[in-house]
Design a protein around this ligand. Sequence first.
Ligand code: C5P
Length: 383
Amino acid sequence: MIRLLSKQGIQTRAILTKAAEEFVTPLSVASLTGEKVFTELFDLTDEAEMGHIQLSRSADLVVVAPATADLMAKMATGQANDLATTALLATDKPVMIAPAMNVRMWNHPATQRNLKQLLEDGVQVVGPDDGDMACGEFGPGRLAEPDEIAEKILGFFSRKIEKTGPLKGRKIVVTAGPTHEPIDPVRYIANHSSGKQGYAIAEALRDLGADVTLVSGPTRLSEPEGVSVIQVEAAKDMLQATRQALPADVVICAAAVADWRVENGSDQKIKKKEGQLPALTLTENPDILATVSQKGEARPDLVIGFAAETQNIIENGKAKLAKKGCDWIIANDVSPETGTFGGDENSVIVLSSDGEDHWPKLSKKEVAISLALKIQDYFKGRN
Ligand code: C5P
């Protein structure tokens, strides 16, 4: 995490608790932060260099990673019996914790009570994740991945600097994820879209200073910091939310909207009856990209769509550009062997009236950043 942050130009200063010293040495942490590591509350050398009160205020953000059940309890009750807890009580800066503990300890009413208190106190929380734990049990309690914590920290800072980027003042709407088309209150039709590409685009645009609204279908992703997120389920709701978010300078439709919805859905759970199959009738969903692309005064300057194809990518992409009436189509190959759907990489071709722009195989994050920079280029010299 320290390494990830340092790559982003964020300088870290570490305080180690006694328990932390059982896992890592101050020397190894110092080699990562490039700074002195602080461990003792009453250390003459430390206090002479920087008192603990000053230390607690020397950063823009205080992060506790991992936050144990013990440390959370101490924070919730305002205890200050070592350097870490003293700094946490003395700080006037925002605090973020990344809890990590056994699933039963996490689920214990005492920890949940402490968590509630910490949230009330304005502490930001990242994780914990679900997963296998060192103790052999499974469930919530695993420390969030370093990149997830780093991302939350970066989000915290970009929220502050977003108003200074090259896309400052540009309103951009991004659709992302799948849609769920209800059959009845418990069943739905869906697809495998993870939402990763759309979320990454929203984040990249935010990082360039844009005012981003993300209209998201159901995903497992956490809402990006500094972006207005509107959660929707079905295509109809996605269209309505997108329309409500207009006017905008740019609309990017990265969602994998279901083509059809169930016309004769039921308000009650459809009962299974012996030898009888429910006859579901499908009807076409509204096309959000085509609707937003329609000519008119409120049409955004730039409307961008995605074309997920398994064959004849360029040909099908160009046909889609014409049919939908959008300005750019990001065409990508989603045939199963590419691993694009749900994966982290994407190979895309940008199609527009200017022709074809082939991009190399990039991570979804890199595709997002390249697209954000291309949008920035588009607006260069325009008002
Ligand atoms: O027609 P197809 O689904 O292949 O087109 C893909 C593009 O159109 C994507 O940008 C997708 O977000 C958008 N789309 C939409 N509403 C639909 C279907 C597709 O916005 N109902």
